[in-house]
Design a protein. Structure first.
Length: 188
């Protein structure tokens, strides 16, 4: 079995375990839910999202798409994030973090604030039961800071007379040096 398949099976087992927990708390997670590891798309001015739930109306096959960031390395963190996103799927994404979302979050064991939903004792116990049942998260943590930054290919040209600066590419320099708009001389 590949590592990718092990990770996906772990996620699917986690959702099944959460279905039982939510049901015990009086809530039903819809059947049309998929969960994956992926980098959530930033939205609403958030600096960094660790999870995201896309509405079943946003997908062509009518499934809620839940993502937990690969930047999280511990199973507890992934499970806490997945539980938060499952609440969105359960009550509908249009609820945001108010009303039904808050009611469901409190019932399943989260505490406020609702945008980050830290685990209360009830959720911590549920997550620990899930870890005991499905084991440790079978993948590592992604360090996005290791990604090489793309170099700029812009070349700085400066007027020797006034210091005016412009940046251009090698492609345009092949046609000749830019002309300073102030001194009307070639820049190098």
């Amino acid at each position: 079995m590949t590592n990718s398949l092990q990770r996906q099976m772990w996620l699917e087992k986690a959702v099944q375990c959460f279905r039982l927990h939510f049901q015990e708390c009086g809530w039903t997670i819809p059947e049309n839910v998929r969960v994956s590891i992926g980098i959530p798309k930033g939205m609403h001015g958030q600096k960094k999202a660790i999870g995201q739930c896309w509405s079943d109306r946003a997908t062509s096959d009518g499934y809620y798409e839940i993502f937990s960031s690969p930047e999280q390395g511990q199973e507890f963190d992934h499970l806490e994030t997945i539980a938060h996103e499952l609440i969105h799927a359960t009550v509908g994404t249009e609820a945001g973090h108010k009303g039904l979302f808050k009611l469901c979050a409190l019932d399943v064991g989260f505490v406020g604030p609702m945008t980050t939903t830290p685990s209360g004792d009830k959720m911590k116990a549920a997550i620990q039961r899930i870890i005991n049942s499905i084991g440790f998260y079978p993948a590592g943590k992604l360090n996005i800071n290791e990604r090489k930054k793309k170099k700029t290919y812009m070349i700085k040209c400066e007027c020797s007379a006034c210091g005016y600066v412009v940046r251009t590419t090698q492609q345009w320099l092949a046609y000749g040096d830019p002309i300073c708009p102030v001194d009307k001389i070639g820049m190098n």
